[in-house]
Design a protein around this ligand. Structure first.
Ligand SMILES: Nc1nc(=O)c2c([nH]1)NC[C@@H]1CN(c3ccc(C(=O)N[C@@H](CCC(=O)O)C(=O)O)cc3)C=[N+]21
Length: 291
């Protein structure tokens, strides 16, 4: 065998399901210690197939974990006023500890007004400006599920972030920005790169840990990765196939496995962490509401 056809080194696979199970086990134990059953209310508008499927998954996992879960499936034509009225009821319902409004919302509804109407202490997505402020002041609050799930996954696999260089590609309110806040709180040195970054590969090659949440399939290529870096792929790009289930592609090209020391797969990486963390957030919210 010549060097040219020797098998390339392959990154350790940071599988989501075992880490998600560890988080769910911990969440179930904490839920069982409460003097009541923690409850999440999930609100969904319309019949977008991805939303229907995600909400079904969240509701089932909640019940498996010993939580109460109520799904409010509203018609696509629901007005913003009607949605705000439901949120008002859930805010004051003492049995409800966590509220999640599945995104995206139909175009006739102002997403910001809806998210701002949720009681910050019940906002288990952590999207309310009060929770954004709590995150950036490093005080207790609800933290967005996907970035918090990434932190759990890294800890689960013994990957230290303190003192290391992390490059986050993407600056969304849902992933990039809160991910940067959590990493700073965990003593990482953080760069947030995005579509306007000049010479992106030079920036990403500085990373000990590279996190991609771009929304473009296979955007991160091997030339963008420092040999031995840890790469976290937050992308879920659905490629529809007639008559078949959509294929899910990450933001990271599979060839990155020959350069990185560790890599999260898609599917089966960060996705399952998001759902587990949502239930973790609901139990944590219930614990704080009781305190
Ligand atoms: N208010 C709100 N909060 C959210 O957290 C939220 C949302 N809206 N809208 C949509 C996105 C998307 N999201 C995912 C959660 C789990 C997987 C997941 O478990 N993915 C599996 C595969 C699932 C499949 O096969 O489709 C995986 O990556 O292995 C994916 C995506 C939460 N979101």
């Amino acid at each position: 065998m010549t060097a040219a056809d020797a098998p390339a080194a392959s990154a350790r696979v940071l599988a989501g399901p075992p880490a998600a199970q560890a988080l769910l086990d911990d969440t179930a134990r904490r839920a069982a210690r409460l003097p009541f059953t923690p409850e999440i209310a999930i609100v969904r508008l319309g019949e977008d197939p991805a939303s229907v499927s995600y909400v079904r998954g969240k509701d089932a996992k909640a019940k498996e974990t010993g939580l109460n879960s109520t799904v409010h499936a509203l018609p696509d034509a629901t007005t913003e006023a009607e949605l705000l009225a439901l949120i008002g009821q859930l805010n004051t319902d003492p049995a409800v500890n966590g509220i999640l409004v599945q995104l995206p919302l139909p175009a006739h509804i102002n997403e910001e007004r809806v998210l701002n109407a949720i009681d910050p202490d019940k906002d288990v997505d952590g999207f309310h400006p009060v929770n954004v402020g709590r995150l950036w002041t490093n005080t207790p609050g609800n933290v967005p599920c996907t970035p918090q799930g990434v932190m759990f996954l890294l800890r689960h696999y013994g990957i230290e972030v303190a003192g290391r260089r992390v490059v986050m590609i993407g600056r969304s309110n849902i992933v990039g920005r809160p991910m940067a806040g959590l990493l700073v709180n965990a003593h990482a040195t953080v760069t947030v790169a995005h579509s306007r970054t000049q010479d992106l590969p030079a920036v990403t090659r500085e990373a000990d840990i590279l996190i991609a949440a771009v929304g473009r399939a296979h955007f991160v290529t091997p030339d963008m990765v420092k040999p031995g870096a840890v790469v976290v792929d937050v992308g879920i790009n659905r490629v529809e196939r007639p008559g078949k289930k959509p294929r899910l592609l990450g933001d990271v090209h599979p060839d990155v496995a020959s350069v990185a020391s560790a890599l999260t797969p898609v599917p089966g990486g960060v996705g399952p962490m998001t759902i587990a963390q949502l239930l973790g957030n609901t139990v944590a919210a219930a614990e704080r509401q009781r305190a």
